[in-house]
Design a protein around this ligand. Structure first.
Ligand SMILES: Nc1nc2c(ncn2[C@@H]2O[C@H](COP(=O)(O)OP(=O)(O)OP(=O)(O)O)[C@@H](O)[C@H]2O)c(=O)[nH]1
Ligand SMILES: [Mg+2]
Ligand SMILES: [Zn+2]
Length: 336
């Protein structure tokens, strides 16, 4: 099949169709929840959302049992990792009746600007990158801004190091060194050669981490490598362009053997952080923070204003100029 580029209009149409389907699915889940409730429900129990299929979720009950649940629409979108109250129906599935307050939640806006939760109650975001498919520093920045604004510590993981010779590894490491310099841990791993997994196991133990990144970078392969008793479906890269094939379709939580959880998410081509105000954007760049409030103008936008502390920070070598460019691109997207 020949590859075809979709026009903006076609993309919007596809998106609108998908939104309509999602809305119908949510209504269906709502009706299903009502029907189950009418048939009589058991006592309220607590549980944690393990898989989010969109129209239904799998809840892990206190005793470890997995129950397919539907939710009332008025609860709002449910996220993988949510702690919930649910009630069993006579038919064996359940109804979610409440979502507990989230300690944190990573969200992304859809094209209409509505925020969609990716996963909740996270202690860490792991941005997985590889050189096949190659990574983009700007996309890493966008994930980092989302993590900073959600108050979730983030780290980077360069996977597939087995594909790199010494020069390739040195070059990828140098590209990621800027992120290490501003304080983000950078791990390296090869799922294929089982390299770097012990350090990762140690870093992820006893906490809840979400794996994000482009399709095909090896997020599900990492789950398989870290949880040897699991067999999560992984996909090959397409022969044209080396892109992943969107193998994972539902965000899923797995328990780590040493305690803690690892959440696998479907890969994306593009990621945009949810941004509130222009000030948010600057706060999302962690190394800007000590300089914010030191510009000559209190309403400085860090663009062309004289006496800008961020621009001076670049001149003094405190801020990497590529990060200022990333900031400006995000700022422009917000104000345009
Ligand atoms: N050489 C090599 N290949 C790897 C490694 N990790 C994963 N792969 C391969 O990369 C391809 C994609 O892996 P997945 O684990 O499905 O990638 P993913 O990030 O989960 O992709 P999505 O679910 O689409 O987001 C598969 O063919 C894997 O075998 C690695 O460390 N080295
Ligand atoms: Mg996957
Ligand atoms: Zn400024």
């Amino acid at each position: 099949m020949t590859k075809r580029r979709l026009s903006g209009q076609q993309k919007r149409r596809i998106h609108d169709l998908q939104q309509a389907r999602l809305a119908r699915a949510a209504e269906k889940a709502d009706r299903r929840a009502q029907k189950l409730a009418e048939a009589g429900l058991g006592p309220e129990q607590s549980g944690r959302v393990q898989v989010n299929f969109g129209n239904a979720v799998v809840v892990e009950a206190e005793d470890g049992a997995l129950v397919r649940c539907h939710a009332r629409q008025n609860l709002g979108p449910i996220a993988c990792g949510d702690r919930v109250a649910w009630q069993a129906s006579k038919e064996g599935d359940g109804v979610i009746t409440a979502i507990a307050p989230r300690s944190s939640c990573l969200e992304r806006p859809d094209v209409h600007g509505n925020l969609r939760p990716i996963a909740a109650n996270l202690d860490r975001l792991v941005i997985v990158v590889a050189t096949r498919p190659d990574f983009s520093e700007a996309m890493i920045d966008r994930y980092l801004v989302a993590a900073e604004l959600a108050g979730i510590p983030a780290g980077l993981l360069l996977n597939k190091t087995d594909l790199l010779d010494d020069a390739g590894l040195a070059s990828a490491t140098a590209r990621l060194a800027d992120f290490a310099r501003i304080g983000y841990p950078v791990w390296q791993a090869s799922c294929k050669r089982e390299h770097g997994l012990d350090a990762l196991r140690e870093a992820l133990a006893k906490s809840s981490s979400l794996l994000v990144g482009q399709s095909g970078v090896g997020k599900s392969s990492l789950v398989n490598a870290l949880l040897p008793d699991r067999d999560v479906r992984t996909g090959a890269l397409s022969s044209t362009g080396g892109r992943g094939m969107h193998t994972t379709t539902a965000t899923t939580l797995y328990h780590l053997p040493a305690g803690g959880d690892l959440i696998d998410s479907p890969g994306v081509w593009e990621f945009a952080p949810p941004l509130g105000t222009p000030e948010d954007v600057a706060h999302g760049f962690v190394e800007f923070r000590p300089l914010l409030g030191h510009c000559r103008f209190s309403d400085c936008r860090h663009q062309v204003e004289p006496g800008c502390a961020i621009v001076e920070g670049v001149e003094k070598g405190l801020i990497i100029s590529r990060r200022l460019e990333s900031f400006r691109t995000l700022y422009a997207s917000l104000t345009s």
